[in-house]
Design a protein around this ligand. Sequence first.
Ligand code: TMP
Ligand code: ASP
Length: 240
Amino acid sequence: MSKRRDLLYEGKAKKVYAAEDPALCVVEYKDDATALDGAKKGSIPGKGAINNRLTNHFMTLLEKSGVATHYAQELNDRETLVKKVEIVPLEVIARNIAAGSLAKRLGLTEGFQMSRPVLEFCYKSDALGDPMVNEYHIAAMGWASPEEVSFIARSALRINEILTGYLKGFGVELVDFKLEFGRLPGGSLLLADEISPDTCRFWDSKTGEKLDKDRFRRDMGGVEGAYQEIYRRIFERVEG
Ligand code: TMP
Ligand code: ASP
């Protein structure tokens, strides 16, 4: 880091620092990787820089399509300025193809193509294992208002459409992904957190090869290579 900054928060994959402008903060992406709510720990060399650049690329793409995000400015390889928000304590999962916990819960074969996207909400709590909740729990606990939940659901479906179409152009299926939203001081909602191989399932369209963090979660090997492959596909084309 070029400058001393006050650490506001350290998560499993990122650190958040105060910025000079109190309306912003600096996110630093780490190479640390965890799974099973932090119980499994490791490191994926180069991951921080890849996730930083991929997240910023996707957020810029979404902004161009009218989705408001927290993205402000990429500072360097691993650090990005973002708008300071109060994170809504929900993980919003959008799914196109059955995989992971959905496949397990409903006894589906991974790869089952669903007839329409599925949205799920989880309460953000490692201690509780991010339990799945519905609109009633969310309103009753005061985590978000019904209007906010409906805005978040509409945004997540729109983001799914945009990213699914974009990634197909690179031979990548967007199987599922996790989003987080935050509130600005005035209350308006923005897409926050990250969109990366840590938080999405990316499968090669032809071979079905996994190009995401499942390789780490499932001890499959080839973890760094998978992150590099997603990065290469997108940036080689974008940067010519
Ligand atoms: P799941 O099938 O394990 O519920 O995961 C669904 C999607 O959410 C998958 O793309 C990975 C992502 N995810 C996170 O980003 N953070 C998490 O803590 C978990 C469990 C999943
Ligand atoms: N966020 C989860 C954890 O740290 C990891 C995952 O993506 O599965 O345990």
